[in-house]
Design a protein around this ligand. Structure first.
Ligand code: GDP
Ligand code: MG
Length: 211
């Protein structure tokens, strides 16, 4: 059978130290390293085959984009979004709610695949956010939701990313790209004006790795 290839761009957003890099690296390499560089965005590309077709997947592991002013650009760039918080840090959960709200304003409903990931579920003794709260937030924004532990296992991150990619591919088949991108364009201008203007130079400096 001849395989078709489509491209899916995933943006990973969330508070600093919520475990974005740990979750991405766990998904891509099945390993947990513990400490990751947090000096800038990191772009990974890899190919995934599922449901009889191949997708070229680009994953952008972001860092401090609210401060660096590149959130608008990321929202415009992505087809799919993983919003990560730490179940041990309520502040990161509130930031995740804000990011989901921004995405909902910036993308027409149903035009982007979104998943909410509550990371660090291994740290039960330090938990500040109940699983039900994550569930409720995801229901409010109509997105997927998983609690995962990048430190403890590969399974959660793999499940969450596969479900996100499946939804992104389904949307790509349903909606032509211009419509998806147009939906992101106008409101991301608004985000750009809120968060800053130096996004072009940030994109040029982004390191990348193919796996
Ligand atoms: P980022 O800034 O969101 O990319 O967060 P990092 O991936 O750099 O992780 C921040 C810190 O949390 C690091 O010290 C990680 O080792 C730790 N961390 C990440 N995921 C987990 C997890 O699932 N459980 C535990 N216990 N620690 C984690
Ligand atoms: Mg990081």
């Amino acid at each position: 059978m001849k395989m078709t290839v489509n491209r899916i761009r995933v943006v990973v957003l969330g508070s600093p130290r919520s475990g974005k890099s740990a979750v991405v690296v766990r998904y891509l390499t099945k390993r947990y390293i513990g400490e990751y560089s947090s000096t800038g965005d990191f772009l990974y590309t890899h190919r995934v085959a599922f449901d009889g077709a191949v997708s070229e997947v680009e994953i952008l592991d972001t860092s401090n984009c609210a401060i660096r002013g590149c959130l608008g650009e990321h929202v415009r760039w992505g087809d799919a979004f993983a919003v990560v918080y730490s179940v041990c840090e309520r502040r990161s959960f509130l930031a995740a709610a804000e990011l989901l709200s921004l995405l909902a304003q910036a993308r027409l409903p149903g035009c982007a695949a979104v998943t909410l990931l509550g990371n660090k579920r291994d740290l039960e003794h330090a938990r500040e956010v109940h699983a039900e709260e994550g569930q409720e937030l995801s229901l409010r924004f109509g997105c997927q939701f998983y609690e995962v532990s990048a430190a403890e296992s590969c399974a959660g991150a793999a499940l969450a990313f596969h479900a996100l990619l499946r939804e992104a591919r389904a949307l790509a088949l349903l909606l032509p790209a211009p419509r998806r991108k147009l939906a992101a364009y106008s409101v991301s201008k608004v985000i750009g004006t809120i968060f800053g203007k130096n996004s072009k130079s940030v994109r040029k400096k982004r390191p990348s790795l193919s796996i």
